[in-house]
Design a protein around this ligand. Structure first.
Ligand SMILES: Nc1ncnc2c1ncn2[C@@H]1O[C@H](COP(=O)(O)OP(=O)(O)O)[C@@H](O)[C@H]1O
Ligand SMILES: [Mg+2]
Length: 317
């Protein structure tokens, strides 16, 4: 019985493969993006971990999202143990859905208007209207995002109008743009809270004064500068319990929640990463390594599946 890891970017796999090997977990990558799926077939035995990323389309895999939808439905229909399954994929792919769910759970989020239909010309008007309602400064970002791509700050509606008419504007892949209040941070960093298997692991900060908006923590994304990431040592805050309850409610087993402490005292959560990459230096400094903890957690799930399978065999089922 083995662990199957569903994803589309092999560059992000080595730290996890190393942790699985260190824990002695048999594992296999399942790359999604194209290929066939026999709906009459039985899925293999084992535990399945979906690491499908909202930014897969930026790496030449525009169909990875729908491929994963189909595969997860099939796995779940056969009762397979899936970590970060079908429901979680929808959250990963839509910030509008994340923000709505967070808000419903009583977790404060930045004021946001989702605008559908963001092509050139007349249709971009919806984005301008929303920006006028939010007020400057504001952020425009794609609903299906990742790595900070396409996240921009504007200081006026006019600046946005020029941008929408210019060559740098890229209509969002799912047709949905978010216009969001710009959060003025009390200090220039964001905090990311890492959760594995329903447990808080550690928090880290990313320096936004130096890092800008593209904050991918993986080694594969690293630019050769001094790290903008640091462990937020001894982070304790009631928000952690809220994230854990939220994760439990939505069946999110592995995730990183991002928040900013605003200069008016609000703590605003704006991103839920269910495909999370870990910064190696921060991870080494943390009390427990995230990939190692994931490997241990998935091993415990594999043990349960193996016990269930052998019980079925004994009962002759
Ligand atoms: N409303 C906001 N106010 C201020 N900064 C923001 C806001 N939204 C995003 N950012 C900045 O942009 C970065 C990327 O945005 P995010 O929503 O996390 O998108 P992604 O899913 O691409 O990571 C954030 O980590 C933060 O630094
Ligand atoms: Mg983010």
């Amino acid at each position: 019985m083995k662990l199957h890891v569903l994803h589309e970017n092999p560059d992000w796999y080595p730290p996890f493969a190393a942790a699985f090997d260190a824990e002695g977990v048999a594992h296999e990558e399942w790359l999604l993006g194209e290929g066939s799926l026999d709906l009459d077939a039985e899925p293999p035995q084992g535990v399945f971990w979906s690491r499908m990323s909202a930014s897969s389309y930026t790496r030449g895999h525009p169909w990875a999202k729908d491929h994963t939808r189909a595969v997860l439905c099939w796995l779940e229909a056969h009762g397979r143990r899936v970590v970060n399954g079908r429901r979680v994929l929808e959250l990963e792919m839509s910030k509008a859905e994340q923000l709505t769910a967070l808000r419903r759970a009583g977790i404060a989020v930045p004021r946001t208007i989702a605008v559908v239909g963001a092509g050139p010309g007349e249709r971009a008007r919806g984005i301008l209207d929303a920006a006028g309602r939010i007020g400057a400064p504001f952020i425009v970002k794609p609903n299906q995002g990742g790595k900070g791509l396409g996240v921009r700050r504007f200081d006026s509606v006019r600046e946005l109008a020029e941008h929408l008419d210019g060559p740098a504007w890229e209509p969002p892949v799912d047709g949905v743009s978010l216009v969001q209040e710009y959060i003025r941070a009390a200090e220039p960093f964001i905090t990311r809270v890492e959760i594995v298997g329903g447990e808080f692991l550690y928090a880290l900060t990313a320096d936004t004064a130096r890092g800008g908006f593209e904050l991918c923590p993986a080694d594969a994304c690293a630019v050769p500068t001094e790290s903008i990431f640091a462990l937020r040592k001894g982070f304790e805050h009631p928000i952690i319990e809220r994230y854990l309850a939220f994760a439990a409610e939505y069946g999110i087993e592995i995730a990183g929640f991002e928040f900013i402490e605003a200069d008016d005292g609000r703590i605003l959560t704006y991103d839920v990463n269910t495909n999370t990459n870990y910064n190696p230096e921060v991870d080494a400094a943390a009390p427990r390594s995230a990939p190692r903890q994931i490997a241990r957690y998935l091993t415990s799930l594999l043990d349960v599946e193996a016990a269930l399978a052998s019980a079925h065999v004994r009962e002759g089922r």
